[in-house]
Design a protein around this ligand. Structure first.
Ligand code: DX5
Ligand code: ZN
Length: 227
């Protein structure tokens, strides 16, 4: 994977039909998404439970693009190898998940996966200042993690601007996660984001049997973001 800052749309399969992951992934990729975002929740760091490593391994063969695994779990370090072995291209962990984010980023890169660090809405940009030379992505949470379909938190736009300035020429993506719609996408892209996660805004109105709305939804975000 070569680094570039062209806009990427990463649908979150948290909003997919859980009985049909293989076909849902095929549908969103056929409809033009760039990455596939997998939200891992532990019922402890966040008040919800989702996917373990075996589920990730099972869906991996269906992903032709990029598997972007977002770990909302604490502790996190002891699960990194299992998610890497399941085929994650990017593994993102939260700075709030433990006291040793530096070690966590080293552990992710040691598996060969790209390392992402996520910031909750209350966490300042400066938290990652000493991680900049060991990460491939920073994920700005624009909702409190745990659920899809929440309202975008506008105060995070300024954080994106600060991160973009801190990153400079380094090959680090800025990913936005939560409440991304055609209305909010242009705000974060103007501030410096290049990867947009979107769950409800991509999956709404469509299904495996009727995937065209997925494509329309992805295009609507892309077109809005380009303005
Ligand atoms: C929130 C997750 C997000 C979420 C996005 O905890 O990390 O990826 O599913 O969903 P929407 O786009 O519906 O806000
Ligand atoms: Zn996520």
């Amino acid at each position: 994977m070569t680094f570039d800052r062209t806009l990427k749309i990463a649908p979150s399969i948290l909003s997919a039909d859980f009985a049909n992951f293989g076909l849902e992934i095929q549908a969103i990729e056929d409809q033009g998404c760039d990455w596939v975002h997998v939200d891992v929740m532990d019922g402890h760091f966040v008040p919800n439970l989702t996917f373990g490593p075996p589920l990730c391994a099972a869906i991996r063969p269906h992903i032709k693009t990029v598997m972007d695994v977002h770990l909302m779990i604490s502790p996190v370090d002891q699960y990194i190898e299992a998610y890497a072995a399941a085929g994650a291209d990017y593994i993102t962990a939260h700075v709030e998940a433990g006291a040793h984010t530096h070690r966590t980023m080293q552990a992710i890169r040691a598996t060969g996966a790209k390392a992402g660090v996520a910031l909750n809405p209350a966490t300042p940009a400066g938290e990652i200042e000493y991680l900049l030379d060991m990460i491939d992505m920073v994920c700005v949470m624009t909702v409190n993690p745990g659920f899809g379909g929440q309202k975008f938190i506008h105060s995070q736009i300024e954080k994106v601007r600060q991160l973009r300035a801190m990153i400079g020429d380094r090959p680090i993506h800025i990913e936005i996660d939560g409440g991304v719609t055609p209305e909010t996408a242009p705000l974060v892209v103007a501030a410096g984001a290049d990867v947009l996660v979107a769950g409800s805004a991509v999956f709404k109105g469509g299904s495996v049997a009727n995937p065209a709305p997925y494509g329309e939804n992805i295009r609507a975000i892309r077109v809005a973001a380009a303005q």
